[in-house]
Write a protein of this length. Structure first.
Length: 165
């Protein structure tokens, strides 16, 4: 059985992520959306919230499940019999860093990385930009699932009320 991971921070999940997950689910028998929960960046949503969002967003895909991981992605792949890492490439600007990570991951455990070109309608969409635009009142409803949009607006409002944003 072929098994791949779609790794990411997913803070929050966007339609761009889900496009890659959907397409990976057609290429592999099983896809694990692996949510990195290392404490390296400040996140808007905590690990449990991100896992719950991904579980809801991926419910339509029969062969996709969601998991969180800490530590190295290659360790997760080795421990869970994962043969491939699937990454979306939005633009040339993504390529340098993604290539570097793919080569590092290969050198660590021999796990391969498969790059999928992002669908053009999502080529400018990222979680970071979605958060930034939403923080300043821009309409990001086209870029995330409706329930994520609601959660995003609620979280930003709560942060503003708490004087954190
Ligand atoms: O959505 P992101 O933030 O681009 O996801 C990055 C992620 C989580 C896929 C990447 O940071 C990662 O693989 N982190 C786990 C730690 C690790 O394995 N680091 C070495 C990468 S070569």
């Amino acid at each position: 059985m072929s098994r791949a991971v779609c790794p990411g921070s997913f803070d929050p999940v966007t339609h761009g992520h889900l496009d890659i997950v959907r397409r990976a689910s057609r290429l592999f028998d099983e896809v694990v959306v692996a949510i990195g929960v290392n404490k390296s960046k400040s996140r808007l949503f905590d690990p449990d919230e991100r896992i719950a969002m991904l579980e809801r967003a991926c419910a339509p895909f029969d062969n996709v499940r969601v998991d969180g991981f800490t530590g190295l992605l290659t360790t997760y792949c080795a421990e869970h019999d994962v043969q491939a890492i699937v990454k979306g490439l939005r633009a040339v600007s993504d390529f340098d860093y993604e290539l570097q990570m793919a080569q590092m991951n290969d050198s660590l455990t021999g796990v391969d990385t498969v790059f999928l070109p992002t669908s053009p309608e999502f080529s400018f969409v990222s979680s970071s930009l979605v958060k930034e635009v939403a923080t300043f009142g821009g309409d990001v409803s086209a870029f995330v699932p409706d329930f994520v949009h609601t959660a995003l607006l609620e979280r930003l409002a709560a942060r503003r009320e708490a004087g954190e944003a």
